[in-house]
Design a protein around this ligand. Structure first.
Ligand SMILES: [Mg+2]
Length: 225
């Protein structure tokens, strides 16, 4: 029986068509006058903290703790500004899947497991009217390491369920091999979606429990099979 469903954000719930990446570049340019280095970085599935460190590295700059702390408020300002002008969308089937999950007899806890910092996830999901659907979560603020973020999300969900949660009662929904790996780190089952850019074959190598092109192809009831 599924008790918890944890969703990745970018490429799984929503597509912002590069707004997050552009906000990264603009913030680094505003604060450090770095050129746009985003093309040299693979963003999908990564945590914000690890991306920030890589961005500094690519610009041959050794950041202080303060530099890293200064980055995020500036990134958030750019993200808020840019997302208002964006032509992004909710991925197909997401709303239907979440509404159906809320109606399951097992009443699963719906949460987030994302490499976004919490405020970044909140801004993105509020823009699309989805933020209030998620009752638990773990974020890049919690750890630089996505597997560790998964462990923290699991611990928080477990606490909300009187500490009786087993790994196989959790389903992680995500669009990259990183999502599949972090689901394994907590013994969860994994529903992979191809809405983020990774192809079916690329995700299949990592053996998720289900692969769908969109969440229209599967109902939350099927997670109990
Ligand atoms: Mg993603």
């Amino acid at each position: 029986m599924v008790k918890v469903i944890l969703f990745d954000v970018d490429g799984t719930l929503i597509r912002t068509h590069g707004v997050g990446v552009e906000a990264f570049a603009r913030a680094f340019h505003s604060l450090f006058n770095f050129p746009d280095t985003t093309k040299k970085i693979s963003f999908a599935g990564r945590t914000d903290i690890s991306l920030v460190k890589e961005y500094f590295r690519l610009n041959h700059y050794t950041p202080s703790q303060k530099d890293i702390q200064d980055f995020f408020p500036c990134y958030i300002l750019w993200l808020e500004r840019l997302i208002r002008q964006s032509d992004g969308e909710i991925c197909p089937g997401v709303k239907e899947f979440i509404y159906a999950a809320y109606k399951l007899p097992s009443n699963p806890l719906i949460g987030l497991l994302t490499g976004n910092i919490r405020l970044g996830a909140e801004i993105k999901l509020k823009h699309f009217g989805l933020w209030d659907k998620f009752k638990v979560g773990a974020y890049a603020d919690d750890s630089e390491n996505r597997d560790q973020i998964a462990r923290i999300a699991f611990a928080r969900a477990s606490q909300m369920l009187n500490n009786e949660l087993q790994g196989n009662e959790v389903v992680v929904v995500g669009d990259t091999p990183y999502d599949i790996k972090c689901a394994r780190a907590i013994g969860a089952r994994m529903l992979a979606v191809t809405t983020g850019g990774y192809a079916r074959e690329e995700l299949a190598i990592h053996k998720p429990d289900w692969i769908v092109d969109t969440l229209l192809e599967i109902s939350p009831e099927q997670l109990n099979d």
